[in-house]
Design a protein around this ligand. Sequence first.
Ligand SMILES: Nc1ncnc2c1ncn2[C@@H]1O[C@H](COP(=O)(O)OP(=O)(O)OP(=O)(O)O)[C@@H](O)[C@H]1O
Length: 276
Amino acid sequence: MNDTVPMIEMRHVSKHFGNVIALNDVSLHVHAGEVMCLLGDNGAGKSTLIKTLSGVHKPTSGEMRVSGEPVRFKSPAYALDSGIATVFQDLAMIPLMSITRNFFMGREPTVGWGPLKRIDWKQADRIAMEEMARIGIDVRDPSQPVGTLSGGERQCVAIARAVYFGAKVLILDEPTSALGVKQASVVLRYIAKARNDGLAVIFITHNVHHAYPVADAFTLLKRGTSLGYFRKSEISREEVLNMMAGGAELESLDAELAEFQRTPAESQTASRAAIS
Ligand SMILES: Nc1ncnc2c1ncn2[C@@H]1O[C@H](COP(=O)(O)OP(=O)(O)OP(=O)(O)O)[C@@H](O)[C@H]1O
């Protein structure tokens, strides 16, 4: 158990859209140097939760805290100023633009003053190369279009960019969902590294196999409600899987599908037995 103040915390947060209750009394917390995996099926409320944490939505009720201080984000810029960076699935990258341009996205270092002020490309390229090297991506040419990197590498660039610009909390929206095993492992390794560097990471996924190796804790969402917050030591991979899928629902599906697997002779015997 970690007794320090969480880096980020949600207390009894609800979010309604008219009559739709997208989040209902959800509480969670993440400490510095921890990965908290937020798991939930389609429509569970994951996107609403991320958008609430990152200042896109305002909670209908409940409280959010950063380093123990209550916060109300008027816009995503306020969340960013508090050190909360969200890497959305689309990565906000321009494939045909260079790695350096994508890394800085308008925040390039400059030289000179007043009308002579201009982007310091040499410095920008050097920083981009160094940051890529730090995450284990060997960039030979920083002017290379970012679209030439693999999917996993592009995810890492987006995360590295957030870290470089001062994130304390990283919210990663399904960073591995479109990736094969090898590419997903590139991203999972980097998530573990960000955690070891002291960031608080919220990793949203519906893939328990990706979540389990890297998680320190789990929050499970179902239809807008939290099924609970679990430390990794308190819950096995199978238990997480079962809660995610809804054990009872799966058992009844098992029984239903077993019916299809019967041979015609078995089915006839079963229906005769049912009639008599
Ligand atoms: N702006 C909105 N207006 C009305 N209802 C919304 C809005 N945003 C989300 N919802 C509803 O809130 C519920 C949760 O949606 P949300 O997108 O947060 O789920 P999710 O877990 O991210 O799902 P998925 O994995 O499919 O993206 C859904 O029933 C959705 O229809």
